[in-house]
Design a protein around this ligand. Structure first.
Ligand code: SF4
Length: 376
């Protein structure tokens, strides 16, 4: 891969978000904040930093018009804190209007192409992943959850799109990749545009919440929406982009590819405590230096735990940042506080998730029935 090309299948953290925005034409999210009655913590803390056509979704909210929130998960293992961010955004944008429907794709085709997991393996993981997002607050009454490989509408759109793209186009977006990944990308464009098919209510605004590194998929889907506009009347999908959380090792983004520096929603409280205790920090070499120079919260994955997920409110995030950078707090006590917050979250989440496994299976079955009855 070229050094500067965003790789949706890679592990690199994004270093310069401003450059990313100007290079790929991603608009800032901040100017739209005043349009939200109650911005989510991701928006108010600048974690959701960028957007494309987010105003179109806000117009739909203001005018009580239908819109879809579409995203998915690659079912390769337990939900981790990186995937939780996308799930939190989906839940938040669903909550903004009774007219919002979530489409949640379990990207088993991509899991096969990128990770070699069989469809049988991924189907088992999928139910647990769906229970996770239910426990995070997804309203199942306004959600359609499906396995990519089982959804004929997605497969058909992927096939239609394959006639409209050339190898060179895909290479320009993704670099030289195996054909399986190109196919997975076309099916993913099918996922993103499916909610606009006539049998699912026709053209409507669709918001895709994603990590910054997934922008190539958004650009491809928007390009295809324009190419197939005459045939389907597609509205170009909107997107909201979140920053990538640092892995506990401090170098890459948190992803399933670096398991040891990953916190998952399935970790025991003991495992989580052990991982946090050995995490990289932005602390200094000695206590004296830390008191004098302050810590470096901006490169610290422990600070990311507070900012991205576990701080009680925005004031708490500000306090941690201030105390860290002013040398008031030391890393040991900071990790201890973070561990307490993570443990409390995990205990609650495990209880809720385990009680929702039955509902997750029902939601998958109900969605399958809904999609198959809405035309092939
Ligand atoms: S005090 Fe906390 S936020 Fe600051 S560098 Fe240490 S662990 Fe990170």
């Amino acid at each position: 891969m070229d050094k500067d090309r965003l790789d949706p299948w890679g592990t690199s953290a994004v270093k310069d978000y401003e450059r990313l925005q100007s290079e790929f034409g991603i608009g800032p999210a901040a100017p739209l904040l005043s349009r939200f009655k109650k911005p989510s913590p991701h928006l108010s803390r600048g974690i959701d930093f960028g957007q494309r056509d987010l105003g179109r979704i806000l117009d739909a909210v203001d005018n009580n018009k239908p819109y879809a929130v579409m995203s998915g998960i690659k079912p390769t293992g337990d939900f981790h804190l990186g995937t939780k961010m996308t799930a939190d955004d989906m839940v938040y944008f669903q909550s903004l209007s009774r007219k919002a429907t979530v489409y949640y794709a379990v990207a088993d085709v991509e899991a096969y192409a990128d990770n070699g997991l069989s469809f049988e393996q991924t189907s088992k993981i999928a139910t647990r992943n769906v229970a996770d997002i239910l426990a995070l607050g997804l309203d199942p009454e306004r959600a359609v959850v499906y396995l990519q490989s089982e959804e004929l509408k997605v497969m058909r759109l992927g096939t239609v799109f394959s006639k409209g793209v050339t190898n060179n186009m895909l290479k320009a977006i993704y670099g030289e990749r195996q054909i399986g990944l190109y196919m997975a990308a076309l099916y993913q464009a099918g996922d993103i545009l499916m909610p606009q098919l006539p049998e699912l209510g026709g053209p409507k605004p669709v918001l895709v919440p994603v990590g910054a590194d997934q922008d190539p998929h958004i650009r491809l889907a928007r390009d295809l929406a324009a190419r197939y506009d005459d045939e389907y009347g597609f509205i170009p999908p909107s997107a909201v982009y979140h920053r990538l959380m640092l892995s506990l090792g401090g170098s890459d983004k948190m992803s399933k590819r670096s398991e040891s520096s990953l916190l998952t929603l399935d970790d025991t409280t003991k495992d989580a405590a052990r991982k946090i205790s050995t995490a990289f920090t932005g602390g200094r070499d000695t206590v004296e230096e830390q008191r004098r120079l302050g810590g470096r919260a901006n490169i610290c994955p422990v600070y990311d735990l507070y900012r991205f997920h576990f701080a009680r409110d925005d004031e708490h995030v500000k306090r941690v940042y201030h105390e860290c950078t002013e040398g008031i707090r030391l890393c040991g006590e900071c990790k201890q506080e973070a561990t307490g917050l993570v443990k409390a979250f995990l205990e609650d989440h495990h209880r809720r998730r385990d009680s929702l496994m039955g509902e997750a299976k029902e939601l998958l079955a109900k969605s399958r029935k809904y999609l198959s009855s809405s035309g092939k």
